[in-house]
Design a protein around this ligand. Structure first.
Ligand code: PLP
Length: 375
């Protein structure tokens, strides 16, 4: 089946059978056992499994073309579960511009004996240099990266990692499975903050790990989910599944608008640089064109006059909303470095824009008048 069809029907591959056309919400934390001690539907306790979570997991696994998915209470909980599956002494390679919170989680795992190198993942010779055969257990990729929009060659990184005996995880939050299918490039796990494009309406926190195939590592991630317990609530799963069904339409429209907005910003007198792989001058343009079906709804730009001027632009918008996060239907603008923390690699004069579903002419008009406040 094609992606659009999987978005609408993918949840039906969950073992739970129901006749509701719109999925029912199962808030019960516990399920009755038969007299013989069995659970005919397979559900016993909601931390372990819940029909709404199973439906979302089935839909995400179908969408990514994986063997299974595990849904968590946030993207960060999904990230943590992946590192919980490693062992003390393992070595990890991660991008030096990954989502800020991912870097925090990886550095914190040093307390449990994990070592990590942070590199420019778009530089394949840096990846070659960083792998330690037999010691590197996991290579983390985020493409395009948030917020610097670097593009990483998934197939080549997977080849380098696998040769060294390491697994590859792609944070597919920004690209979404609509635009990029990591398993087609031999990646082992896809990770999502379902808070973003999957849910799509800025009203759900969630995360997911999708496994390309069953493995001992996948079992450990499942155990971190069941026993660690940072699971997504039934209602959040229900909302995420509702959002997921329109994701293709949203993401393609957001990509179209983001490209138009990037083109507008690229020629603006107050803009220093636009970070968007849809622009031909972007370092990762050709690779993104090969690896993705469109360039996505997220972009960043730097303001020539510096940090204070960037704040002034964010302060002058009238239609865009000043808020963190991304992937919702409303366009958000954010001074990213001030939301991050010590050691961030995000430029101080960078503004990130998550393009929503407003008409692009209105977005261009608003950003234009906000930039004109610098005249
Ligand atoms: N990965 C990326 C690329 C993100 O943008 C985010 C959140 O912004 C996360 C992971 C973490 O997700 P959550 O906020 O759902 O914990």
């Amino acid at each position: 089946m094609k992606l659009e069809t999987l978005l609408v029907h993918g949840h039906k591959s969950a073992s739970f059978e129901e006749k509701d056309v719109a999925p029912a919400l199962h808030l019960s934390t516990t399920f009755e056992r038969e007299r013989d001690g069995t659970y005919p539907e397979g559900y016993s306790y909601t931390r372990r499994e819940n029909p709404n979570r199973s439906q979302l997991e089935a839909a995400l696994a179908a969408l990514e073309g994986g063997a299974g998915a595990a849904c968590f209470a946030s993207g960060s909980a999904a990230t943590s579960a992946l590192f919980q599956a490693l062992k003390s002494g393992d070595h990890v390679i991660a991008p030096n511009d990954a989502y800020y919170g991912t870097g925090v989680i990886i550095r914190d795992f040093a307390r449990w004996g994990l070592t990590a190198d942070f590199i420019d993942m778009a530089d394949l010779t840096a990846v070659e240099r960083a792998v330690k055969p037999g010691k590197t257990a996991l290579v983390w990729v985020e493409t395009p990266s948030n917020p610097q929009m670097r593009v990483t060659d998934l197939a080549v990184v997977a080849k380098i990692a696998h040769k060294a005996g390491a697994l590859v995880v792609a944070d597919n939050t920004v690209a979404t499975p609509i635009l990029c299918r990591p398993f087609a490039f031999d990646v082992d796990f896809a990770m999502h903050s379902t808070t973003k494009y999957v849910s799509g309406h800025s009203d759900v926190l969630g995360g997911a790990v999708v496994a390309r195939e069953a493995s001992a590592t996948w079992e450990k991630i499942r155990a971190a989910q069941h026993f660690g317990g940072a699971v997504a609530s039934p209602f959040d799963c229900w909302l995420a599944l509702r959002g997921l069904r329109t994701m293709a339409l949203r993401v393609r429209e957001q990509s179209r608008s983001a490209l138009a907005l990037a083109q507008f910003l690229a020629t603006h007198r107050h803009v220093e640089r636009v970070y968007y792989a849809g622009l031909p001058e972007h370092r990762g343009h050709a690779l993104a064109a090969k690896q993705m079906t469109a360039f996505g709804g997220l972009l960043s730009f730097t303001v020539k006059a510096g940090k204070e001027a960037a704040f002034k632009v964010a302060g002058a918008v009238r239609l865009l909303t000043r808020a963190t996060s991304l992937g919702g239907i409303e366009t958000l603008i954010e001074h990213r470095a001030s939301m991050e923390g010590p050691g961030t690699s995000t430029p101080e004069n960078l503004l990130r824009v998550s393009v929503g579903l407003e008409h692009v002419d209105d977005l261009i008009q608003d950003l234009g008048q906000a930039l004109a406040s610098l005249d």
